[in-house]
Write a protein that binds this ligand. Structure first.
Ligand code: PMT
Length: 223
């Protein structure tokens, strides 16, 4: 029997990559499989939470007992997440969102020629940062990730502060057993209160419970 310690909590989770279209046949994306975010959604639902999972394109089965919203690009994800902001008590942003998108999306397939081709990119919204802004009164518990290849702690600290979030789960993508596509992760969790905790390699499904425990603790006493 699973303990229902998240009963009554509304938890919004994002997962997977985004796809930023170039033309009708091509897009820019990243290596996220969705495994980390789906693991969190699965555990949150099993522990009794009301779960909305907003996911970019993945090959995974939808976790049972969650409301599933499928999105393609960062802009769609931004719209769906901000729509659900009011509803949520805890928001966990494990999606790997593209920071840039092609400035002009060609409505016809771009033809090759012998010339070099440059694609101009423009910034997407930083969704987590926008949520941090919307959360001025700190009623919501905001949890972000940091996917880094260098200066893990320094970069994660800067994300914690700049994005005004409660907690950052930092994974070092250069470590075997961490990051994209794997069933395991190796993370350091940084909290707003200054706590920094390092974890060894563990299954994403077990890390999901740790993230939910901490999120639940932080959200107690808030609306
Ligand atoms: O999906 P898997 O294959 O299981 O891999 C898991 C993972 C490596 C994708 C996951 O553990 C992870 O690190 N997710 C966050 C990836 C990421 O985009 O990190 P970032 O450091 O670029 O972004 C920091 C935070 O801001 C993230 O919470 C991200 O969701 C958010 N963000 C980033 C850019 C943007 N435009 N909007 C955002 O909200």
């Amino acid at each position: 029997e699973e303990k229902q310690d998240l009963k009554g909590k509304n938890i919004l989770i994002t997962a997977g990559p985004t796809r930023e279209p170039i033309d009708p046949v091509r897009y820019i994306t990243n290596h996220s499989s969705g495994k980390m975010g789906y693991a969190i959604a699965e555990r949150a639902a099993k522990r009794g939470a009301n779960v909305v999972l907003i996911s970019g394109p993945t090959n995974l089965d939808k976790p049972k007992g969650v409301e599933f919203i499928s999105v393609e690009n960062a802009n769609d994800m931004y719209n769906e997440v901000t729509n659900r902001f009011k509803w949520a008590n805890i928001i966990i942003k494990s999606a790997a969102v593209a920071d840039y998108k092609p400035k002009d999306v060609s409505d016809k397939k771009i033809k090759k020629s012998n010339d070099e081709l440059a694609i101009a990119l423009e910034r997407n919204y930083d969704i987590l940062k926008e949520l941090g802004r919307m959360n001025e009164d700190n009623n919501k518990t905001l949890i972000g990730f940091a996917a880094e290849t260098n200066d893990l702690i320094e970069n994660a600290k800067s994300k914690l502060n700049k994005k005004n979030v409660d907690m950052i789960v930092a994974n070092d993508l250069t470590k075997k057993g961490a990051g994209f596509k794997k069933d395991t992760n190796i993370v350091t969790i940084l909290e707003r209160n200054g706590n920094i905790t390092e974890y060894g390699e563990m299954k994403k499904i077990d890390l999901a419970d740790i993230i939910l425990d901490k999120g639940n603790e932080i959200s107690k006493g808030r609306l």
